[in-house]
Design a binder for this molecule. Sequence first.
Ligand code: SF4
Ligand code: SF4
Length: 122
Amino acid sequence: MTTSLQRGISSMIEQIDAPIATFFTSCVHCGLCADACLFYTETQDAKYTPIHKLEPLRRVWQQEYTFWGKLMSKAGLSKAVTDAELAAWEPLVYDSCTLCGRCSLACPVGNDIVYMVRVRHP
Ligand code: SF4
Ligand code: SF4
């Protein structure tokens, strides 16, 4: 693992607090947040869905904080976040989100997606 990747993952681990863990746990994958995001509705490109903007963070949470995620990670059955994925992810978080909050308002289980995106902003 490269130093920059290790730094990126460590920074995500530090940023995963109790609210973020709860949001990932309670997501029911309904897709309503996607329909609320103009970056997605204007492009219909799945990479702009709010939940995709959180995908590397979600994977790190799963691998570091959940029982099954840790087990699968140890057994080599889950895919670790890569340098290329982090590089592709940065513009999605920094340039493709206005922190408008529409996704958070749309979420039926009250997930504050914009809070999770915001932790990735400087
Ligand atoms: S806060 Fe970001 S991800 Fe959520 S709807 Fe607005 S632009 Fe999309
Ligand atoms: S609206 Fe909420 S529950 Fe539905 S996919 Fe988005 S974050 Fe998950």
